[in-house]
Design a protein around this ligand. Structure first.
Ligand SMILES: Nc1ncnc2c1ncn2[C@@H]1O[C@H](COP(=O)(O)OP(=O)(O)OP(=O)(O)O)[C@@H](O)[C@H]1O
Length: 602
């Protein structure tokens, strides 16, 4: 599946899966921990076998120990029993540890894999996906799988072994009584399977509803200022409340199905035990079996019944986990639209930083009927500075997206150093490009770490040098902890101009031959503006620069101005040429730059 459009994922979700098959996706994770898994199985098996020995020991004690009227014999039986109990305790503790360990381990690895996969997906996926929903999958679904692996799977196996063993031992003890108990089994099993399907369907629905609610919460908390500015607090809280309520109702239905399943199983099992006891009692009176044998049989049938009841409960849990595994599999199966070719081309060193767009057309996946770039051709020489201007929505940022290969063009070829971008490994390509975006993302870490985002292996000295080149050093030095000051979500909020200088410092560190610069539209104060401009001038030296320009100063400095309109290049030339031509540029320049001149005059 390529980057799935939302509608397709929705459709997949609605389809009801009828088995635990999605859980097989987890087998490779188990294989990695074969030793632990085998250990868990051995412990599991030992504990089950020891439990099965107990009723036999009880019978021997009743029939021989008490019967023989020999206290020494009774004592030795109890001594053996203590040993058996110790062995049972040890095996159970080992089983618990190993099984829980495997559950935690598998989920840790699964989480890392899902996250790593998510980081690889192309922006097309994120254009339609809701980040809150994805986070819910990463946390809630994996937790469900953990409980399935940690507890349910081992319980299922233990109880299956116990059930099989106890059934065999029941037949050995009293074939006549066994018939009654075993006849009840199909009566129990058939509805269990039916209920199980219901539980699975409903719990998947509950999880989906919860994921939708999380997506909404994520979106709202991400833009809390807008929310409060429009005083939408109670409206949002109500909407989230209803979403959570819907999730609760869905969960309630799943729980109801499970409760009915458990109650039903216990009732049928209990009834058959009472019947056995009744008939067994009359058999003891008539001398057909001994009292010890009836006790043994009864203990085995309680064991078998208990195992079956647990199995029915565990079946429900495993079904829930299968729903979660299915949702995670869907995520893991999404392939990135953008990937490296089998044999990526080597980028020639020369001409360093030459760019060409050759008859390129492109539309975003979620608006395919609306091409955003149309038959666009543009050659940029190494070291050239090209300013891209145009009305809002003309497709300027899209050019950057295409050049960084976040998306592939529908038709036409884009080349770097003469090589088609599709022939290159996207990572290799992106190493050649430094992006200074309009709105810089600052991460919850120290300033130094934020700058080193440009090149994580950079030394402290290199980070400081980059900050100096970006004229960011003075404001960083003035902060309480200097380069170690925490910023972003965990610390100080940076101003627009400061963030831009952090972005420039990152680009300085990256030292790539191509620079993509998206000038901020929001005006900085004169001093910040001067500093940012000065830092940029330094950065642009010797690099091929494509700049989405909003300032007169920038277009004046550019070697060439490209004017975009509705996805096409409307005009190209210098500021003087284009102003004189009296076309779109002249109009834009009049509107935009006149205001700037007036502001400067004030
Ligand atoms: N991820 C996306 N999915 C769908 N449509 C998009 C996406 N990004 C941009 N568009 C649309 O593509 C068109 C061009 O957008 P683009 O951001 O390239 O314009 P721009 O010239 O950079 O505009 P601005 O100056 O306002 O930033 C717009 O109509 C926009 O709505």
């Amino acid at each position: 599946m390529a980057d799935a459009p939302a509608s397709q994922t929705q459709q997949d979700r609605k389809s009801v899966r009828r088995s635990l098959k999605p859980l097989t996706r987890l087998i490779p994770y188990l294989r990695k921990h074969k030793g632990m898994a085998i250990g868990a199985l051995v412990a599991l098996f030992s504990a089950a076998v020891i439990t099965l020995i107990l009723p036999n020991a009880v019978r021997r004690m009743i029939d021989f120990g008490f019967g023989a009227d020999d206290p020494a014999l009774v004592n030795s039986y109890f001594a053996v029993l203590v040993g058996v109990v110790c062995a049972l305790a040890t095996a159970s503790a080992v089983r618990y540890f190993l099984v829980m360990w495997i559950g935690e381990r598998v989920v840790a690895e699964l989480r890392s894999d899902v996250f790593a996969h998510l980081t690889q997906l192309s922006p097309t996926f994120y254009d339609t996906a809701k980040s809150g929903e994805i986070l819910s999958r990463l946390t809630a679904d994996t937790t469900q799988i953990k409980s399935a692996f940690g507890a349910s799977a081992s319980q299922a196996m233990r109880n299956f072994i116990m059930f099989a063993g106890a059934s065999v031992m029941m037949v050995v003890t009293s074939p006549r009584l066994s018939v009654i108990v075993l006849a009840a089994i199909p009566v129990i099993l058939v509805p269990i399977l039916g209920f199980g399907r219901q539980v699975r369907k409903r719990s998947r629905f509950a999880q989906d509803t919860l994921a939708d609610a999380s997506a909404y919460a994520g979106e709202m908390l991400g833009s809390v200022k807008t929310l409060q500015a429009f005083t939408h607090e109670s409206r949002s809280a109500n909407r989230y409340g209803s979403a959570v309520e819907a999730a609760f109702q869905a969960a309630r239905k799943a729980i109801m199905a499970r409760a009915a399943l458990t109650g039903f199983a216990i009732m049928v099992i209990g009834a058959s035990i009472v019947a056995v006891l009744w008939i067994g009692a009359s058999d003891v009176f008539s001398g057909r079996i001994t009292g010890g044998e009836l006790s043994q049989f009864l203990l085995y049938s309680i064991l078998a019944a208990g195992s079956l009841a647990t199995l029915s409960e565990v079946w429900g849990e495993l079904s829930q986990a299968a729903g979660a595994a299915e949702r995670l599999s869907e995520l893991l199966d999404i392939e990135s639209e953008i990937s490296a070719p089998a044999k990526p081309a080597i980028l020639p060193a020369e001409p360093r930083g030459s760019i060409s767009f050759d008859d390129v057309s492109f539309a975003y996946r979620n608006a395919e009927h609306m091409p955003v770039v149309k038959d666009l051709s543009l050659n940029i020489a190494p070291g050239e500075t090209v300013a891209v201007v145009g009305p809002s929505g003309a497709g300027k940022s899209t050019l950057f997206n295409l050049l960084m290969r976040f998306y592939d063009p529908a038709t036409g070829i884009i080349r770097l150093n003469g090589v088609d971008l599709k022939q290159l490994d996207p990572k290799g390509l992106r190493k050649q490009i430094a992006l200074v975006p309009q709105d810089t993302a600052v991460f919850g870490a120290s300033i130094a770490e934020n700058i080193a985002y440009g090149r994580p292996d950079a030394s402290r000295e290199e980070v400081i040098a980059a900050a100096k080149a970006a004229l960011a050093d003075p404001f960083i030095a003035a902060m309480s902890d200097g380069y170690d000051t925490l910023v972003g979500e965990r610390g100080v909020t940076l101003s627009g101009g400061q963030r831009q200088r952090i972005a420039i410092a990152r680009a300085v560190l990256k030292d790539a031959p191509v620079l993509l610069l998206d000038e901020a539209t929001s005006a900085l104060d004169a001093e910040s503006e001067r500093l940012v401009q000065k830092a940029l001038d330094q950065l642009m030296k010797g690099r091929t620069t494509l700049v989405i320009a909003h300032r007169l100063a920038t277009v004046l400095k550019a070697d060439r101005i490209v004017v975009m309109d509705e996805g096409r290049i409307a005009e190209t030339g210098t500021h003087a040429d284009l102003s004189a031509a009296g076309g779109l540029y002249a109009k834009l320049a009049r509107l935009q730059f006149d205001a700037e001149r007036q502001a400067e005059a004030v």
